[in-house]
Design a protein around this ligand. Structure first.
Ligand code: SF4
Length: 261
């Protein structure tokens, strides 16, 4: 019944307990919910999926596959916020030649002056590609010390490499560098870093800035219209198949209301 979830509701076993923005009791009470995923084009709903996961990350691939089922091909362009920026998603977008503008979790933070001037942050350490090693703020070489394979909840395998400093004892910069009693070790996913670099270039390009602006006025506005303006705050039906039908009806009603004759 759980199907990989951590919770389900007794009144609707398909619904998962999630934290919502509505918190009338002001105690962070969890509520039985479904996770809605919408794709829009100029505020018209072009695709939707109803999922049972509490996070958005693992929903993107199935959402795009449903789009392909509906229209016979993947979209040419996809824009999404940082909740969708995972290695598995980037890989899928690349494999299917989708021009993507998908943020990753640190995208906005890394643009800040504070982040850029933090010489200790892993992302600001110098990487020598030819020799596959990092250099720490003291100029010490950090050699590759091992690799490991991690598996995400979807079974996707991530290859992680460790790089180790050689001697942190009595380093004058240790106060701000790390708290480990041993030499500093950093963990790097090279494939993810490659995807992040591509995403960064896309997002910061002229087109990327335009698409990021458009996303706010497109899909976010659609949710605003449906939830706030039209007052759709809870499903009337129970069970995922019925909730999907209800969502479809809402999407149709929304699209019809957008048509100006
Ligand atoms: S503490 Fe270690 S890793 Fe950090 S700057 Fe000093 S030598 Fe380099």
């Amino acid at each position: 019944m759980l199907g990989g979830r951590n919770s389900f509701s007794k009144t609707d076993p398909d619904a998962t307990f999630m934290r919502t923005k509505d918190d009338h009791m002001q105690n962070g009470q969890l509520k039985p919910c479904y996770n809605w995923q919408f794709s829009t084009n100029n505020q018209f709903v072009v695709n939707f999926t109803v999922t049972q996961t509490t996070t958005d990350t693992t929903t993107l691939i199935d959402h795009l596959k449903k789009y392909e089922e509906l229209y016979g091909d993947y979209p040419q362009v996809a824009t999404a916020d940082s909740g969708y920026g995972s290695e598995e998603n980037y890989e899928f977008l690349e494999e299917n030649k989708i021009d993507s503008y998908v943020k990753f979790s640190y995208f906005h933070k890394e643009q800040s002056k504070k982040f850029k001037s933090n010489i200790f942050h892993k992302d600001n350490l110098y990487y020598n590609e030819n020799e596959d090693c990092y250099y720490c703020p003291m100029g010490q070489r950090m050699n590759k010390s091992g690799t490991t394979v991690k598996q995400t909840t979807t079974g996707y395998k991530q290859f992680v490499t460790y790089y180790k400093a050689q001697n942190c004892t009595s380093c004058p910069l240790r106060w701000g560098c790390h708290k480990s009693p041993n030499d500093r070790i950093i963990e790097v996913n090279r494939n993810l870093e490659k995807h992040k670099q591509r995403a960064r270039e896309n997002l910061l390009s002229e087109n990327g800035v335009k698409r990021r602006r458009q996303r706010c006025a497109d899909v976010e506005a659609t949710f605003g219209i449906i939830k706030q303006n039209k007052g759709f705050r809870r499903f009337m039906l129970r069970g995922k198949p019925k909730v999907e039908i209800e969502t479809g009806l809402i999407a149709i009603a929304h699209n019809l209301s957008k048509i100006r004759v």
